[in-house]
Design a protein around this ligand. Structure first.
Ligand code: UD1
Ligand code: UDP
Length: 373
């Protein structure tokens, strides 16, 4: 049997690896191990329990307000030790986090083949998203099996002279996770009723704006602008905002200081994936700087304002369901007002589409690993 080790550490990696893990577990040809670095702790555990994943290794290495260099150093050593113990035939990593960078590098130092899920995303700027664009480029260099979610990402890899035969167009596994979770919500009236009760503080007569934000590029002035824009939005419009706040202290502190106590801005803890999907479905507009949310919202037919200047996920911008507004107070406010006031514009942006996948990405990844790894 081939031994495959999947390594991940943050919330989005876990959500997007969960469908792959579920598929690989079904394979009689593969011996699957799961290593979590716990670069995130609470937000990772939320996903592990939802998708019923029990890791074989848990490095438990999150520290409060961790710096990129100490995090990366601890990751490299910790993952290296696990690889020495497990001696896998394939190391599976996801995306562009510090865990991705360190795990692919640790695998490269041992000359182990790497499979990179969500390969080939590029913004074109090493500083946005920072440090993720560097992380994903390094992962590409160490990778043997590139699982590209879209044709655009496949082209990005080809432009960097990655061998065509090593690239597999799979779709993004986030759509697998989303479709499964939406279906679970649909067939479980009890869960829906529980979420209705849980979010009973929301006013059913007011349009709901769902907000998330955590990018390092927006720390400082960016988050100040974002928070002031949100206050402007609820001051000028009859709407309500719900904002599950990322626990990074560089986010939490300004958000609580500038938005805490406002009657129509609900600051809540990070949500488990299922209630978050429930809220995405329930929302009228989504304002975010998240990579994953940018991919999910078009599938749900929700207009998204992305608080970034560039994106490595241009497909939904081209399709017209996402608008980039940067961390500009004026742009966030004016584009939100336009969506609230212009129903034809809203309808154009709210067309459901799936530019990122069809829900079968994990199956394709499994087939490649079984046949080629
Ligand atoms: C990380 C990733 C980013 C990804 C994001 C998803 C890097 C460099 N960044 O950013 O690509 O988009 O995760 O959310 O890999 N914290 C907690 N509990 C948690 C998680 C985080 O308290 O469950 C706090 C801790 O103080 C931690 C800090 O947030 O030190 C930052 O976590 P870290 O993983 O370093 O960066 P993120 O900003 O979360
Ligand atoms: N998400 C969640 N709970 C929340 C906020 C987001 O489960 O309270 C999910 C969201 O649906 C998406 C993922 O987390 O799948 C995105 O994570 P994040 O924004 O932290 O990271 P990014 O995608 O920007 O790397």
């Amino acid at each position: 049997m081939k031994k495959v080790i999947a390594i991940f550490g943050t919330r989005p990696e876990a959500i997007k690896m969960a469908p792959v893990i579920a598929e690989l577990r079904k394979s009689a040809d593969l011996d699957l191990r799961v290593c979590v670095t716990a670069q995130h702790r609470g937000m990772l555990d939320q996903v592990l329990s939802l998708f019923d994943i029990t890791p074989d290794h848990d490095l438990d290495l999150m520290q409060p307000n961790q710096s990129l260099d100490s995090l990366t150093a601890r990751l490299l050593v910790g993952v290296g030790q696990v690889l020495d113990r497990e001696k896998p035939d394939l190391v599976l990593v996801h995306g562009d986090t510090s865990t991705t960078l360190s795990s692919s590098l640790a695998a490269f130092y041992r000359k182990l083949p790497v499979g990179h899920v969500e390969a080939g995303l590029r913004s074109g700027s090493l500083l946005a998203p920072w440090p993720e664009e560097m992380n994903r480029r390094i992962a590409t260099l160490a990778t043997r099996f590139h699982f590209a979610p879209t044709e655009r990402s496949r082209q990005n890899l080809l432009a960097e002279a990655v061998e065509e035969s090593q690239i597999y167009l799979t779709g993004n596994t986030v759509i697998d996770a989303l479709i499964e979770t939406v279906a679970r919500l649909k067939r479980s009236p009890d869960i829906r009723a529980e979420f209705e009760r849980r979010f009973g503080f929301l006013d059913s007569n007011l349009p709901l704006i769902l907000v998330t934000g955590h990018r390092r590029e927006n720390f400082g002035a960016g988050f100040e602008n974002i928070c002031r824009a949100l206050v402007d939005i609820v001051t000028d419009n009859e709407v309500q905002i719900v904002y599950p706040v990322h626990p990074n202290p560089n986010v939490l502190a300004p958000v609580e200081r500038l938005l805490g106590g406002h009657p129509r801005i609900h600051l809540i803890d990070p949500l488990d994936y299922a209630p978050f999907v429930f809220l995405m479905e329930r929302s009228h507009i989504i304002i975010t700087d998240s990579g994953g949310v940018q991919e999910e919202a078009p599938s749900l037919g929700k207009p998204v304002l992305v608080m970034r200047d560039t994106t490595e996920r241009p497909e939904a911008v081209d399709a017209g369901t996402v608008i980039l507004v940067g961390a500009s107070r004026e742009r966030i406010v004016s584009e939100t007002s336009r969506l609230l006031g212009d129903s034809a514009h809203y309808a154009r942006m709210a067309q459901a589409m799936n530019p990122y996948g069809d829900g079968k990405a994990a199956k394709r990844i499994r087939a490649v690993i079984e046949e080629r790894a």
